[in-house]
Each structure stands twice: as structure tokens, then as C-alpha cells.
Design a protein around this ligand. Structure first.
Ligand SMILES: [Zn+2]
Length: 489
């Protein structure tokens, strides 16, 4: 008789993400200060964004356009009437004492995006997308100083008033993997749209994850915790994995999960309690009296809709139908706009699509990854890859030698043709020359020849290997095979 132990009880995780995306505008959301990253502290500020009394914010129209664009790309309904609200809280990097955000009337609602996990397509609901201003930044320094070795904190308000979109998902994800796929898709769409640079390291895209756990089959949601400020895919995955296990552990011991905000400790690889979770009423939201309500005219929304670029899903489908790429290749080639552009440029220059995709997915990605580079920083031009593929197709170099050529090409930026010449890597397709080497190999390995002839067929590879070794991989493999077969039979 089998027993169902409690520790084998199946739990299900429920995950929803709130993503903050910094909009790629030149100026801030309510004033004309620059949004450039990395300037001297407090040099990009004015009375509006440092919260002086009596100033009046004016909405940057571009931020509304970007938000509507994003909403349309994520299948949202665009509100014809929305407005800003004050979210009241005190913090040194928020001199006004409130953040201008949106509360009950956001610009976009009820959308979705699709993700693919283990071959299955899944819709993840988008609850809302709203606009808000960023806060400033506190910098804590513990260095001793002339003033007396005390601890100092500094406030940099360059970031105050930088436009953000908050994209809130439905609690539709069931695993860290789905959450990561969702984040990746979201980031890709934002970059395709040109509304956010997607730079997670610099904080242009950050994520708060809401997660709870419940016994499988139960409809009611468990108590959730929120993990704040996850700024890489890896941290999203690791923090969620940890937090789900932590909550399961508590439930298995019949403990109680506390609704709270937690932080991911990168060094220790755990989530730690930060504070008990605020409720919306703690913020005393009320309509922002200094800004008029937003009424987006349908005609303008239609124009924005017409201006949408080809998005990742559509591009992926086109790559499959137009270039006959397998689904997997197409998904990877379109995962980033710049990668898709690189691929298409290579194809436009005459590269056979599948060959181009193979080289990108294999050696190119590997080298880029080793150097932690993105495709934008790729030292190779698409045309260089196409030229090299042509050398393989023409039989000038073998596929094996091409790997060497590719590496030299990547590391030196030289063209494949000159690398082949300089290094003497031309494929040997001269029958006489190969025949001489084949004869030599056969003569020097009479014992193996006898064994082969006695039926040990797997030794064939041994002879091929020897010939290739003697020609430094340059012999035309097909010719080597044919000649060996002829001579050994
Ligand atoms: Zn300003």
C-alpha cells in the first residue's frame, strides 16, 4: 500500500510581476530637464523636479505617446480618459513628499502578451500600464571625512522626475521560468518599440515580483510577499526559486506566511524581510490637482497604432515563413531587435538563412557571451560572415577549417579570404595530393588495415582521422572518404 507523505504534497506558485520601465525620452516627465544617465549629481534638476512649492508640472506628450504605444503593442484597451494621482509617502529622495503616479484611472488596461515555455504558448495578462515619475537616489557613504569620520548620506535628484511606465501583470505565472520568459518578452517588446533601452544593469528596467504558494488544485490565493528591485533575469529566477521554497517550507510546517516586502540578497542568495507590506490606503492616493486629466483622442491613438513596428511575435512568424527557419531558430533570432536586424542584413547580402542562423547561434553567440558583449558590440559585420559561408559553399575551405577562420575573423576583424591566404588554410581538393596521403596512411598502419578488412568497420574513422591530421584538417572530407573506401575494399 502506498502512502502519500505530506512532504510530497504538491504546491503551486502564483507569480505576478510589476515592471518599471524608464522611458527613452530626452526630457523628464513634467519638466524640461535632461534624462541622461551618469551626469554629475543634481546637475539635471529644476524647481519642478526638486519639488519647490508653487511650481506647476506639465506633462511631456512623448511619455503619453510611449505609454499608449506600449499598451497597443501589449493588446491593452487605451483609456479615453485617465488622470494622475498623488501617492503620498516620505523619503529623503522624494522632496515633494508625494510621487505623481496614476491610480484608479491608468492609461492602459486589460492586455496580454504571449510567452513560450517548453514549446507551449501561454498568454500572460497585463492588468494595467500607467505613467509615473521616478524618485531621486540616496547614496550612503560610510567613509570617514575631515568633518569627523561620521557617516554621510547624499541625495542625487537627477533621476527625480524621470518618466517611468509601470507595467503590472496578472498573477498568471506559475514558475520562475515563466516569470523570466515574461520579463524577456516584455523587454524585447519595449526595445522593439524604442520606448525603453531595456538596460537592467543601469536600472532602466526593474522588476518587483509578487509571489505566493498554494496547494495544487486550490483556487484561493495564498498570502503573497513582494520581492523588490530585481534588476537581472538571473536575480528574478533565483529570488523566485528561493522564495517559493521558503514559503513551501513554512506551509509544510503548518506555519503562517506574513504579507511583507522582501529584498533579494545577491551575496547570500536569499530573500530577506524588509518591511511589512503597505496597502494602497497607506499612500492616501488622491487625484493630482496640478495636472489636467488626460484625454487621448481616438484619431491620435489610431495614428500611433499605425506607426507600430513589426513586433517580436510577428517577426518570428515571418522568419519561419519567409526564411524557412525552424521555430527555435526564429524565436532566438527575433528575441532581440538588433539580433534580428543583424540576421536579416546577412540574409540580404546573400547568406543562406539556415547557415547564417547556425553560425549566429553557435560560434558568434559563444564568443559574444565569453566577452559579455551584446550583438550591437559585435566586432563582425554581417557581410563578413556571408563571405565566409561562401568560401565553404564553394569548397574553398572545409566546415571544420571554417571554425578556425571564424575565430580569427572574430578576434582580428580581418576578412575570411585574407585569413585563408595568410594561414594557408585552403581546402585540399586535389585528388592526387589526397591520394598520396591516403596511401601513406594505409602503408603505415598495416595492422589496422588487416583488422578493418577482417570486419572491424568502425576503424574507418581511424583512417579518416589520420588523413585529416596529416592535412591539418584541410583535406576535402568527401574525397577522403571516397578514396579510403576505394583503397580499403
Ligand atoms: Zn526639472
Amino acid at each position: 500500500m502506498a502512502y502519500e507523505k505530506t512532504d510530497h504534497m504538491k504546491y503551486e506558485a502564483v507569480i505576478g510581476l510589476e515592471v518599471h520601465a524608464q522611458m527613452l525620452t530626452e526630457t523628464k516627465i513634467f519638466c524640461r530637464c535632461s534624462t541622461q544617465f551618469g551626469s554629475e549629481p543634481n546637475t539635471q534638476t529644476c524647481p519642478v523636479c526638486i519639488g519647490m512649492p508653487g511650481v506647476l508640472p506639465v506633462l511631456n506628450k512623448k511619455t503619453l505617446e510611449f505609454t499608449i504605444k506600449t499598451g497597443l503593442a501589449m493588446n491593452c484597451a487605451i483609456s479615453s480618459y485617465s488622470r494622475f494621482a498623488r501617492k503620498n509617502y516620505f523619503y529623503p529622495d522624494l522632496p515633494k513628499g508625494y510621487q505623481i503616479s496614476q491610480y484608479e484611472l491608468p492609461v492602459c488596461e486589460q492586455g496580454y502578451i504571449e510567452i513560450v515555455v517548453s514549446g507551449d504558448t501561454k498568454k500572460i495578462g497585463i492588468t494595467r500600464i500607467h505613467m509615473e515619475e521616478d524618485a531621486g537616489k540616496n547614496i550612503h557613504e560610510a567613509a570617514p571625512s575631515k568633518a569627523g569620520g561620521g557617516n554621510y548620506s547624499f541625495v542625487d535628484l537627477n533621476r527625480a522626475g524621470v518618466p517611468l511606465m509601470e507595467i503590472v501583470s496578472e498573477p498568471d505565472m506559475r514558475s520562475p521560468e515563466e516569470a523570466v520568459e515574461y520579463m524577456k518578452k516584455l523587454r524585447a517588446i519595449l526595445i522593439y518599440l524604442g520606448v525603453c533601452d531595456g538596460n537592467m544593469e543601469q536600472g532602466s528596467l526593474r522588476c518587483d515580483a509578487n509571489v505566493s504558494v498554494r496547494p495544487a488544485g486550490q483556487n484561493e490565493l495564498g498570502v503573497k510577499t513582494e520581492i523588490k528591485n530585481l534588476n537581472s533575469f538571473k536575480f528574478v529566477e533565483k529570488a523566485l526559486e528561493y522564495e517559493i521554497e521558503r514559503q513551501k517550507g513554512i506551509l509544510e510546517k503548518s506555519g503562517k506566511i506574513i504579507q511583507e516586502t522582501r529584498l533579494w540578497n545577491t551575496e547570500r542568495g536569499i530573500t530577506e524581510s524588509m518591511r511589512t507590506k503597505e496597502e494602497a490606503h497607506d499612500y492616501r492616493y488622491f487625484p493630482e490637482p496640478d495636472l489636467v486629466p488626460i484625454m487621448a483622442e481616438q484619431q491620435w491613438v489610431d495614428e500611433i497604432k499605425k506607426s507600430l513596428p513589426e513586433l517580436p511575435d510577428t517577426k518570428r512568424e515571418r522568419f519561419v515563413s519567409e526564411y524557412r527557419l525552424p521555430e527555435y531558430d526564429a524565436a532566438l533570432m527575433t528575441s532581440e531587435k538588433s539580433l534580428a536586424d543583424w540576421f536579416e542584413e546577412a540574409v540580404r547580402l546573400g547568406g543562406q538563412p539556415k547557415a547564417v542562423s547556425n553560425w549566429i547561434m553557435g560560434d558568434l553567440m559563444r564568443f559574444l557571451k565569453e566577452e559579455n558583449k551584446s550583438i550591437e558590440e559585435c566586432p563582425l559585420e554581417p557581410g563578413q560572415l556571408v563571405d565566409m559561408i561562401r568560401l565553404i559553399d564553394e569548397g574553398t575551405i572545409s566546415g571544420k577549417i571554417a571554425k578556425t577562420v571564424f575565430e580569427v575573423m572574430y578576434k582580428t576583424g580581418k576578412d575570411s579570404g585574407s585569413i585563408v591566404k595568410e594561414k594557408g588554410l585552403l581546402q585540399i581538393s586535389d585528388t592526387g595530393e589526397i591520394e598520396k596521403i591516403v596511401d601513406d596512411v594505409i602503408a603505415k598502419n598495416s595492422r589496422e588495415v588487416a583488422r578493418y578488412k577482417a570486419g572491424e568497420e568502425k576503424l574507418f574513422g581511424f583512417f579518416v582521422g589520420h588523413v585529416m591530421k596529416l592535412t591539418k584538417g584541410k583535406a576535402n572530407p568527401q574525397m577522403v572518404n571516397e578514396l579510403l573506401k576505394k583503397k580499403l575494399s
